[in-house]
Structure formats: structure tokens, C-alpha cells
Design a protein around this ligand. Sequence first.
Ligand code: PLP
Length: 399
Amino acid sequence: MPIPEPSSAPAPSSPPPAAPTPPSTIPVMLPWLGEEEAQAAAEVVRSGWVAQGPRVAAFERAFAEHLGVPHAVAVSSCTTALHLALIGAGVGAGDEVVLPSLSFIATANAVRYLGAVPVFADVEPAGGNLTPDTVRPLLGARTRAVLAVDQGGVPVDLDALTALAAPRGIAVVEDAACAAGSRYRGRPVGATAELAAFSFHPRKLLTCGEGGMVTCRDGELAARLRRLREHGMSVSAAERHATAGGASVLETYDEVGFNYRMTDIQAAIGLVQLGKLPAMVARRRELGERYRRLLGELGEHLVVDPPFGAGNLQSCWLLLPPGAPDRAVVLAELAAAGVAARRGIMAAHLEAPYRGTARVPLPVTELITARSLILPLYHALTERQQDHVVSVLRTILAR
Ligand SMILES: *Cc1c(COP(=O)(O)O)cnc(C)c1O
């Protein structure tokens, strides 16, 4: 509530008259955080151990169990998870990695961190994902891995890509940054991958501020990834502290590692969020269906589930129909009416570090990146707010 100005306030320092209040804005995304997460974080602070420790270990176990995979390694972000996953897949300098340009730029950057070469493949129009047909022509003698993204949470057909890559000795790594809670052939996305990377940034469903997870099936690989996230140390700091006479345990450093650790504060929040994930997905899918109904014929341009899975609607995107006004105009008019929509998924090959590097035309990527619009969708979005988004969008597109 504004504090009333005393009427005797000296005129020269008084602020200019307030501008008319803009309509309160409906954000594109809002994390579903509450008292339980606050309590969990506070407990960690009170415990005195805030770095990577027992909560991180518990979060890893819970996440692995949720997915039905043997190993989960918590890290500081999905970007660092991708870096480690690509190392785990054996990608090194000069190797080629086939991936979609249509993705958040971190996907391509992780390839560059290793001195490897991102080779951009096009995607299918319905879900924005790689397919064997778009990947096949780009596989060659130097291809070390395919990095498959679950676009905005829409599951990619990982089995089909694996069937193409595995006989050629090419690894498949899943960038499941957006896909916690999505389903693929009856199982959680990531469950069937040799290596998958997840994000816990607030723009995704499950969040702990920042954070990521690598999941894998091989125990030795998991142990190596755990060392790599902690400077290459043979014995983790948490293990040494947990040992009586820990000072006498001498760790060694057998390869160059990183500091990619998650904190126990983040993991405590993540554990609470993981428990809420099924409810988050259910509500998002309900609201997504409602968007489709309310949008009528415009709903036909809304992102859909593939036949082999169900998305978590991390991004509820719509392809602007032919004849619609320019997207910048649509976004500006939505913003003026209090709706914070966003441009759809970016394309890395149109940004400075990757400009001119595409080896094949990417027409579907360029169409989606130019014409897609992400609609507000979050757990607490009310039906009234959703009605407002739809009515504003319809008005803009009807012209
Ligand atoms: C968000 C995102 C990332 C990066 O995740 P961070 O946790 O922010 O590092 C990587 N890939 C995709 C597809 C993403 O959407």
C-alpha cells in the first residue's frame, strides 16, 4: 500500500503525477513455490551444512527412482549437465554432434565447450523435434553423438534415433531440460536414455532456483560424472567430512574437473518440488486442453502430443496462422493488454556464434522460430486469466 504523502510536502521535490496504472500483467510462467519449500530451505540453513551433502544425495535418489533409472547426478544447471553428459558420451575436440538448431542456445553451447562441432538438423513441424529423416543425412565418419531435445517438454522419439545411431557406434544424449514429468512410451522421459540432462531453472516445471541433473544407466560412468562435477576429486568433500578422522583421507585428482555442484539448499527445495511434479503436469495439461477448446480453430495451431508420448506443456506454443499480423505486433498488443506472451523457441543458427554454420537448409526450424508464440501457462493461472489471454489473442488475430 502506498504511504500517503504529507500534504505539506515541499512542491519542488514532489514526484510527477503517477502514470495511469497499466493492467496487471499475466506472466508467461510462474513457479509453483510455497511454504513447504521455504521450510525445507530454512532447515538446511539451520543445520549448518549448506554445500553439496545429504540433501543432494537424497534428491538424486528420489529423482532416479521417479525416473526408474539407476543413477542421477545433481549439478548446478542443465547447461553443466549437458557438458558432463557429452563428456560421458565420449565427445571430444573435433567430433561432430548432430542436434536441433531449434532449442535454447545452451544445447549448442555445450557442444562448443568441448571443442566439438554442432551440426544442425531440422525438426518436424508438430512437436519441433528431430526425426531419423532429419538426422540421417548429417551422420558421417566424425559424428560422435546425437543430442536430442524434448522440445518444450514434447517427447522426442528417442528409440527411433537410437535405432539409427547405435549401429553406427554413435551415442544418443537426451536434452530433457524442459521434460521433467513428460512421458515417453509409457515411462517418464529420460528413462530409456543412456544419458539425459534435466533443468531446474524457474522457466521449467520443477525448480530449485538453478540446478540440473544427469541421469545414466552405467554405474562407473555415474561415479566419473560425480568426480567431474567436483574438481575431479577422488573422494567428495561431503564423504571426507562424514568420515571420522576425515582429515587423514587423502583425495587425488585424476583428471581435470569442474565445480558443477548443486547446494543442499537447492536440493531440499528440489525434493519438495519433485513431490509436486505430477500435480503440476496434470494442471498444465488441463489448462492446455482448455486453451485448445477456447481457441477454437486457432487451437489447431497449438503444440500437440506425439503418438508415442505425452508432454508436460512446459511451453504451450502456438504457430501463428497464415495471414496473422507480424509476431512482433501480436506480442506488443498482447503486452499492452497485460499478457506477457513470448516469442517461441529460438534457433541457434541465427545467432552470432553459429551464424552461417548450418550445412543443410532448416526450413521447419526457421518457420517455427519466426511464427511461434508461447502463451502464459503456469500452475496458478486462473480460468479468468486464461479467458482474458484468449479473448485478447482472438481480437488481435481476427483483424
Ligand atoms: C533451459 C534449457 C537449457 C538450459 O538449462 P539451464 O538449467 O538454464 O542451464 C538447455 N536446454 C534446453 C532445451 C533448455 O530449454
